[in-house]
Design a binder for this molecule. Structure first.
Ligand code: ATP
Length: 354
């Protein structure tokens, strides 16, 4: 029995996560997959009930789960310098080092680019200090008011493991190509080490082609010719930027799912934030969170040799394709007028009849 946590997050998280869970439950029912669900407090609501945005009992409970859905956290509105208002440090705590973010276009969804099908694999535990590279103090400091200094940490282990994730994914795809995005000629040690590890891993995947793309070149190529990319692996900050650009190319943040995966656990987490501007209106697109849940099922199926989970994921993917092609139950960002719940219902219904 798979144990999966439900962490709603803030703002639109309260709207999109329940839709994702509804769809996952429908898919699990169809394939006979048994899931034990664990709702856990997080974010603003957790602060109201437990005095902390990340209650210790939530962090403790996650240790016993195979994976969880994590809604967006509205951290930009949290009070500063108050240790009870924190962004959950789960990527670092649970060593969820690979953020796997597929970006794909749909023929009938308005987008800047068509025929895009890229999987970004972003390293999430190293890089600049914001990702929690340092366990005490900060990786950024200001010795005097004229100078600010930031540290970037890249390790062989960290680079190698994320590269391996990228190659494993590429090996299952039609194009079987990995682009490693860095700036090794300039940042010879940090980017250089990342690139070296990608090349080492490539030796274990003779069917996959590896291409080095300098980060500035990549920016232009991604915007103008994204169809040439298959799997893209990169360091933390570059990945942070390019996954948002990728989403923008295919129709916006509502279409950008993600999975933060480690060796033993994974967290479904959409690229978008908590979008306070549209929260509470019932208009947020549930696609990103639902497809993040689909990725979690796929990953759990593979990790735990559970074909029912993989089948449930495939059902969600097909159902989503039908709902989008049908275009009757799409939210406003996709050109429709359906509410979050109506779109979620349509996906769940399609899951049951796929
Ligand atoms: P954060 O700093 O928390 O990552 P952000 O600044 O990236 O947040 P988001 O919360 O992701 O901002 O929202 C950016 C814009 O995208 C918002 O104006 C919002 O309307 C839109 N948006 C984000 N997610 C969705 C969604 N699921 N459906 C529709 N629109 C969305």
């Amino acid at each position: 029995m798979l144990k999966v946590g439900i962490l709603l997050g803030d703002d639109i998280g309260l709207e999109v996560v329940p839709e994702a869970v509804k769809v996952m439950k429908a898919a699990a029912e169809q394939t006979g997959l048994e899931i034990e669900w664990h709702p856990l407090p997080i974010g603003r609501k957790a602060h109201a009930t437990h005095g902390n945005t990340v209650p210790p009992e939530t962090a403790e409970a996650l240790k016993g789960l195979h994976g969880w859905l994590m809604g967006p956290i509205g951290h930009s509105m949290y009070p500063r310098n108050d240790p009870t208002w924190v962004m959950p440090p789960f990527r670092k705590t649970f060593e969820l080092y690979a953020s796997i973010k597929p970006v794909r276009s749909y023929p009938n969804v308005k987008s800047l680019q068509k025929d895009v099908d890229i999987v970004f694999v972003r390293e999430t535990t190293e890089g600049l200090a914001r990702a929690g590279t340092v366990v005490a103090g900060m990786g950024e400091y200001r010795p005097n008011d004229e100078i600010s200094i930031g540290m970037r940490v890249i390790t062989r282990t960290g680079s190698n493991r994320v590269a391996r994730t990228a190659f494993e994914i590429a090996n299952t795809r039609r194009m079987k190509r990995v682009a490693t995005v860095h700036k090794a000629p300039t940042f010879k040690l940090c980017c250089g080490m990342f690139a070296e590890e990608c090349h080492k891993v490539a030796a274990d995947f003779p069917d996959v082609t590896l291409e080095d793309v300098l980060v500035d070149t990549f920016a232009a190529k991604l915007a103008m010719d994204p169809q040439r990319f298959d799997v893209v692996v990169t360091t933390n900050l570059f990945g942070d930027i390019f996954t948002d650009l990728g989403a923008a190319l295919v129709g916006g943040l509502g279409l950008a799912p993600g999975l933060c995966a480690g060796d033993t656990q994974a967290m479904a987490q959409a690229t978008h934030g908590s979008a306070p501007d549209i929260a509470g209106k019932g208009i947020a697109n549930p696609y990103a969170m639902t497809m993040s849940g689909k990725q979690l099922l796929e990953w759990l199926g593979h990790k735990h040799n559970e074909p029912k989970a993989a089948a449930a994921a495939a059902r969600i993917e097909h159902a989503m394709e039908r709902v989008i092609a049908d275009a009757k139950h799409l939210t406003g960002d996709l050109g429709g007028s359906a509410s979050t719940r109506e779109m979620g219902d349509a996906i769940a219904t399609a899951v049951a009849s796929t």
